[in-house]
Design a protein around this ligand. Structure first.
Ligand code: DX5
Ligand code: ZN
Length: 217
């Protein structure tokens, strides 16, 4: 299966997000990665459900919504209603990750769990049957444009093994510092979805197709 590319709109031109999403879809994006930040769980503030809802009509591609907010549970329904296809949550963002994942499934959405660079892989224990996606952060969450943290390649390999052991089709996504070079290594470690902000949006709309193609290797 070819790797999927999920451009992070964090690096898009926020004054014209609808057009940016249309441009990345036309350029070959498989998913639209939406980074939601609250200035509390991570030191940056981005967008809320109203923006997700406003963007929904601009593309048919799935919205992969990465929630970096705490508490997270009170907002799952709002993002689901706004048009998210998948909701991904950090174990540190609520008192009960198992319940958060159950709630996402109950809302009829794909449930994702995300591990920060400092979060051990064992955080996946007891969650495998509840997830449709595992996201490995290869930078600390909060900002685009950071460098890929090499130690996370081992975690991607570990997650790959755990997924294979389930026999289920769980997506393995990597987020942060993805370039054509780190993309290759993340894919070799077992990633099936790559999130990229800087590497997709650099150079402006005329570059998007080439930028996305370069990440596929
Ligand atoms: C970081 C976000 C990432 C980020 C990736 O908190 O989760 O999605 O936008 O940006 P790049 O690709 O520039 O590292
Ligand atoms: Zn993200």
């Amino acid at each position: 299966m070819p790797v999927k590319i999920a451009p992070s709109i964090l690096s898009a031109d926020f004054s014209r997000l609808g057009a940016e999403i249309e441009a990345i879809e036309a350029a070959g994006a498989d998913l639209i990665h939406v980074d939601v930040m609250d200035g509390h769980f991570v030191p940056n503030i981005t967008i809320g459900p109203a923006v997700v809802k406003a963007l929904r009509p601009h593309t048919k591609k799935p919205f992969d919504v990465h929630l970096m907010i705490s508490p997270v549970d009170p907002y799952l329904e709002a993002f689901a209603d706004a048009g998210a296809d998948g909701l991904t949550v950090h174990p540190e963002a609520g008192p009960n990750i198992h319940r958060s994942l159950q709630q996402i499934r109950k809302l009829g959405k794909k449930a994702g769990v995300v591990l920060n660079p400092g979060t051990p892989i064992d955080a996946l224990d007891n969650l495998m049957e509840l997830v449709d996606l595992i996201l490995i952060m290869s930078v600390n969450p909060g900002f685009g444009g950071q460098s890929f943290i090499e130690s996370q390649l081992k975690k991607i390999e570990g997650a790959r093994k755990r997924i294979d052991a389930t026999g289920r089709d769980i997506a393995l996504e990597v987020d942060g510092g993805i370039t054509p070079d780190t993309a290759k290594r993340a894919i070799a470690a077992g990633a099936t979805v790559l999130v990229a902000g800087t590497a997709v949006f650099q150079g402006g709309p005329r570059q998007y197709a080439a930028n996305i193609a370069a990440l596929r290797g």
